[in-house]
Design a protein around this ligand. Sequence first.
Ligand SMILES: O=C(O)CCC(=O)C(=O)O
Ligand SMILES: [Fe+2]
Length: 372
Amino acid sequence: MPPAPRRINPPPTREKLDYADMAVIDLSKAQDAKGRADLAIQVSEAMQTLGFLYVINHGYTSSQTERIFDIADVLFSCVDSDEKRLYAANTKVTGSHQGYKPRQSWHINNGVQDQLEHYAIHRNVTMRQHPEAIRPFLNEIEAFARHTHFNLRLLALGLELPEETLVNLHGFSSVGETQGKISFLRQVVLPYLLDKARFIKYYPRSEDDELKTKNVWLKGHTDIGSITVLYSQPIAALQMLGQGGKWKWVKHIENAVIINAGDVMEFLSGGYYKATIHRVVQPPVDQRNHTRLGVFYFALPDDNVQLVPFIESPVLQRVGIVRRYEDADAPTTEAWRKSRTSAYGYTQLKAADNGSGVEEETINGVLVKHYN
Ligand SMILES: O=C(O)CCC(=O)C(=O)O
Ligand SMILES: [Fe+2]
């Protein structure tokens, strides 16, 4: 394997934080059908309540995970600013994140721009050119992206869909059959063939920026796609909006991944799986002054998929479907992804009428909220 500079993280914080009580899904128990059925129930419950869960024993060893973080940092530490400009995503125009997002391109609050840089790579790593320093690692990034298939089986099982069908569908790669009624399996399994890995590096900010934004680094939001997979790392900063409107910290678990559903999953599951609001804030005192590196996997269905709820699911037939729009008005993934992505951080948000401090925008007829 080509060498990558080693990146050393600080130890986990010693501060007592108000942590979210998230379910821990142990994938080593997924060896047999009974184990998988039990896990599916746990996943389903977690997705309907907190909307955030941990997965452990996901098949990557700690050193494999560390290696991915080292590789991710190459994109930020080993590429100079001229070359970064060459590979800029130009998200506002393209509605796509592929490439670099430079620091200070999104508005956070009170005139303060973000201090995070990110790089997104499509699962098919050959789709675009990448900076020279990262080229030796593209095979490993592709393997990493493929590695994340596992979550979907459990999420689909939670909707009482046949497990074997899912397994068989893992090799499914055609995206041309999207006319007529598309099955949920296809909509939810397909994403893993089509979406992207994203690496984010957050830089410490000035005291002035901290004051003006009340320590918010990335505003409260729901994710755009179906599922986000986030590799747990020790710098505390991620918070989710818990029941009762209280922000809870997400605790680091060594070599766990954190999974949450996004808007698309909420649409497809008729509100059954919740897209939970989360944000990033300044880390606790003993972890400030460090950069914070994040490794993510964002799943999105194929661009042609119309985001209508999966009416075949026995679970949804029992509990009922909550629609955010009429089926006839449902956006395609492409329309949703492009308008959400190009608006994020760039549009002027409107304060909600109820004085709650929440800001709003309307995307494809769906009200999208941002929290401070
Ligand atoms: O940095 C994190 O922990 C979360 C980032 C996030 O929410 C996002 O990129 O959508
Ligand atoms: Fe997010």
